[in-house]
Design a binder for this molecule. Structure first.
Ligand SMILES: Nc1ncnc2c1ncn2[C@@H]1O[C@H](COP(=O)(O)OP(=O)(O)OP(=O)(O)O)[C@@H](O)[C@H]1O
Ligand SMILES: [Mg+2]
Length: 463
């Protein structure tokens, strides 16, 4: 899409979000006197709307507000405007919540009644924190750190630095939990559009009929339920980055529409006539091999090449096991801080077990396990015995469990029974994964369509 290079429309704009009129006035007067450009919002919802139109340098938000409170607003900003620091204003007595906000990534908090100098100093620091050069942006944000020193990760960092600040469309591929979303955010934060919005849409999670209006918006009355005009994600992402997650899930029909938009660099809202042009950087992601999809005829080849301008493949954790100890240490720290615990380390034997685990859910799975271990830890060291059996690797393989426990089976019979069970399970899982699409399920399972249909009859599986 159109790319305008570096821009800095907001010199030192501070968005003040406060529900009390008088307080808003006081803050405006005080901050304007200091030379800031002040924008006012009366609650979180109002702030979200204003940020869509005009990003600001820093947000100063009250905690207690009607409709959307400061905490929810903080979460929204972290998600959609990760480069904007948020300073929380809180009444004396709700400091606990303020500390909670710090843990969630707020820049700092100030208690009311506040000391003017204190507030001004904090805001100055917050503004300053955004004055990094683009490479460093987000470096202070713990939750945006990318951990890993393995060769494939080093290569990814190199690519991020090279392509972040270009208008090039990027296609991120990799298994579930490998860090695609994290990398998409890193790319946004290291581009000159980092103060613009980062808009995420998970194409796989939206009902097929709604994808078009979610992406392009709709006019009032365009279809039943369209009670008011609504901008789509392309419009919301104007001046920033649009992250099209699980792009492999969109229908053929939507693929055609998306291709058209990418070629024309413009679109219309559903039910609308006006042509809308936006300045958006696209990052698409898929945990399926899109090229396989092209070969199977599920994904349009022309759209694939439009998206695949700059591919970044994020490898699964099992091919970069040397990153596991770093990740474990990082997550231990993270959950210690979050849960107020003091787990110092993993016993060597426990770490070795973690290193040799296959991690089908990749980093997300490892992260969840470390969180569980920190919650359950009874001392400063996590021992091998604390690990779940499947991670320790000493469990009877699940597939053999239950065999021959009730009756004595011959080896042949036992294998036959288990094969049947496994086969039925895999087929039914593939069918539900591909929503009953036999062609795709067959391709996924590596069997012919006819073969799959026979098995389905055998096991009484309907699509
Ligand atoms: N290299 C990394 N360093 C630190 N944390 C990471 C790293 N990679 C992933 N994570 C964390 O693992 C979790 C999963 O990552 P993310 O959501 O980016 O994966 P994904 O590839 O988008 O997965 P999915 O395909 O299932 O959406 C997140 O909490 C993320 O912060
Ligand atoms: Mg993801």
């Amino acid at each position: 899409m159109v790319y305008h290079g570096a821009r800095d429309p907001i010199n030192e704009t501070i968005l003040v979000v406060e529900d009390e009129l008088n307080m808003r006035r006081v803050l405006r007067a005080m901050l304007s006197r200091e030379g800031y450009h002040v924008q006012l919002a009366k609650d979180g919802v109002d702030a979200v709307q204003q940020l869509m139109v005009q990003p600001s340098r820093v947000v100063l938000a009250d905690l207690k507000m009607p409709r959307m409170d400061g905490m929810e607003l903080l979460e929204h900003i972290q998600q959609h405007h990760p480069a904007i620091p948020v300073v929380i204003l809180t009444a004396f007595g709700t400091v606990d919540t303020a500390v909670e906000a710090l843990k969630k990534g707020a820049f700092d908090y100030i208690t009311k009644p506040f000391d003017q100098d204190d507030l001004l100093m904090t805001l100055r620091k917050a503004v300053k924190s955004t004055e990094w050069n683009v490479q460093e942006i987000g470096a202070g944000r713990e939750d945006l750190r990318i951990i890993g020193q393995s060769p494939p990760m080093m290569k990814i960092y190199e690519t991020i630095e090279k392509v972040a600040d270009t208008p090039t469309t990027i296609l991120l591929t990799g298994e579930t939990g490998t860090g695609k979303e994290l990398i998409a955010k890193a790319l946004h934060l290291r581009s000159s559009r980092h103060r613009g919005p980062f808009i995420h849409i998970n194409c796989g999670a939206i009902p097929e009929t709604l994808v078009e209006s979610e992406l392009f918006g709709h006019e009032k009355g365009a279809f039943t339920g369209a009670v008011s005009t609504k901008p789509g994600r392309f419009e919301l992402a104007n001046g920033g980055t649009l992250f099209l997650d699980e792009i492999g899930e969109i229908s053929r029909e939507m693929q055609v529409k998306l291709l058209h938009v990418l070629q024309e660099q413009s679109f219309e809202r559903v039910g609308g006539l006006a042509t809308i042009r936006v300045n958006v950087r696209l990052i698409a992601a898929s945990n399926r091999d899109l090229y396989q999809g092209v070969k199977a005829g599920d994904f349009r080849e022309d759209l694939f090449y439009r998206l695949n301008v700059m591919p970044i493949h994020v490898p699964p954790l099992r091919v970069r096991r040397e990153d596991i100890p770093l990740l474990v240490d990082y997550f231990l720290q993270k959950f210690n801080n979050m849960l107020n615990r003091n787990v110092r380390e993993m016993e060597d034997r426990a770490m070795e077990a973690l290193i040799s685990c296959p991690w089908p859910g990749n980093i997300r799975e490892l992260e969840n396990l470390v969180e569980r271990l920190v919650v359950l830890a009874s001392g400063p060291v996590i021992r091998w015995e604390d690990l779940p059996a499947e991670v320790r690797g000493d469990k009877v393989p699940q597939v053999v469990r239950g065999i021959g426990e009730e009756e004595d089976l011959s080896l042949r019979k036992a294998v036959e029974q288990k094969t049947t069970e496994v086969e039925r399970h895999l087929i039914s899982r593939a069918l539900s994964r591909f929503k009953g699409n036999i062609t795709r399920a067959a391709e996924y399972l590596g069997v012919s369509r006819r073969g799959l249909q026979m098995k389905m009859r055998k096991y009484g599986l309907r699509k």
